[in-house]
Write a protein that binds this ligand. Structure first.
Ligand code: APR
Ligand code: ZN
Length: 374
């Protein structure tokens, strides 16, 4: 029985930025008031974890990375009422406190209790629940999923259907809704429209699925890794472009292919140059450019100012514009009812002990998502 006790288990620790993860024995304290301790079952490896590990987000190290997690509630702290021990849950990189300005706004979903911009790495009370050999270890993105047990605030966890296949639904914690929602919810892609998607990883692939489901007639996929192309085509991409093999800037090629520029452009990489290319791929009058990727801190986007007046829209979107605790459980149910299919995004699954192999696969670009199984 672990109730009320510190749990010792295995977790991946990034001791510093740009240093290999090491699997260590860690101590995980019991949840405090308003917190939930979760036994992880699976976790995806998402582009945002990669940004954080590379030091692009100014996070506090050492930390336990990962946020795209699915697990089972082990215990809850005082006052927790939305989940109970035994519940299947997803961890949420964007929480929903239901009290802040953004949560109370009809459309806002960027809860002010989020810990992405900036990353403090501590719980809401300013402390951490993790330690290793007596040293404090930081959390990441309010979640930390590369660990057998984690503690998260109640606002960053949501109960899902008991029938959910836990080896896959971790993708519905972040990557799938981030991409799919950007297309169907935020851009509201229209039937017959033309789209371009920069980046064909987990998030970009989900954007493609959203564009396809919305009836887009042409979906151009852009990636520097051509291994991504066959799977992207299977999901609905009609034309694949590798910017490294083009003689002109990719935005010029997209403009030529469509004659007038696309209706909807999505950036799912997280770099300023590809954000500018997405913006410049849009139709100048009615095009909409959605920024889905997370750019490194302290970078700036430079756009030709006179090109804004003509009517195009630049829009940022996080987690598909979904208010997470309200909307994520329904996406799991939609998956169980075959209304959406996340299976093509789960290209690999490996035990947590093979984390290094999983990261190698991620960096090789052979995966869409490699799911870690605990
Ligand atoms: N041009 C085109 N494609 C690129 C470039 C580039 N300069 N650089 C990287 N890519 C491609 C990679 O080859 C990969 O296929 O972008 C894709 C990124 O995919 P993942 O690493 O799987 O990342 P993902 O989880 O999809 O996240 C993408 O969305 O939410 C954000 O923080 C997240 O910024 C990240 C982005
Ligand atoms: Zn909030």
């Amino acid at each position: 029985d672990t109730l009320g006790k510190t749990i010792t288990c295995r977790a991946a620790i990034a001791w510093a930025e740009n240093s290999p993860l090491s699997i260590e024995e860690v101590q995980v304290e019991p949840p405090k008031s308003g917190e939930v301790r979760i036994k992880m079952i699976s976790s995806g490896i998402c582009g945002s974890d990669d940004h954080m590990l590379k030091g692009e987000l100014l996070a506090n190290f050492p930390l336990i990375p990962g946020h795209e997690g699915a697990g089972i509630v082990e215990s809850v702290g005082d006052g927790v009422c939305s989940v109970k021990p035994g519940d299947k849950v997803l961890t949420l990189i964007i929480p929903q406190c239901r009290e802040c300005d953004s949560c109370l706004h009809l459309k806002g979903n960027f809860c002010e209790k989020q810990d992405v911009l900036p990353c403090s790495g501590v719980m809401l009370d300013g402390t951490s629940r993790f330690s290793c050999r007596g040293r404090k270890i930081y959390h990441s993105f309010r979640t930390s999923s590369f660990t057998e047990y984690t503690v998260v605030p109640e606002i960053a966890v949501v109960k899902i259907d008991d029938a959910a296949p836990m080896d896959k639904v971790c993708l519905i914690s972040c990557g799938f809704p981030t991409g799919y929602g950007a297309a169907v919810n935020s851009a509201k892609v229209t039937p017959g429209s033309t789209c371009v998607v920069f980046g064909l990883g987990g998030v970009g692939s989900a954007i493609v699925m959203g564009c396809k489901a919305s009836g887009a007639s042409r979906i151009i996929g852009v990636d520097i890794n051509e291994q991504k192309f066959p799977r992207a085509r299977a999901l609905g991409v009609t034309d694949c472009l590798n910017p490294k093999k083009l003689e002109k800037p990719v935005q010029e090629v997209v403009k030529e292919m469509t004659g007038v520029g696309v209706d909807f452009a999505f950036e799912a990489i997280g770099q300023v140059d590809t954000m500018a290319a997405a913006w410049n791929s849009c139709n100048h009058s009615y095009g909409v450019c959605l920024i889905v990727g997370l750019a490194p801190s302290d970078t700036h986007l430079s756009l030709e100012a006179s090109k804004i007046l003509s009517g195009k829209t630049l829009k940022g979107v996080c987690l598909g514009d979904y208010k997470t605790r309200d909307c994520i459980p329904q996406i799991v149910t939609d998956y169980l009812q075959n209304k959406i299919n996340i299976d093509p995004l789960v290209t690999h699954q490996l035990p947590f002990s093979q984390l290094h192999k999983a990261l190698e696969l991620y960096h090789s670009g052979k995966t869409i998502r490699c799911v870690l199984l605990f």
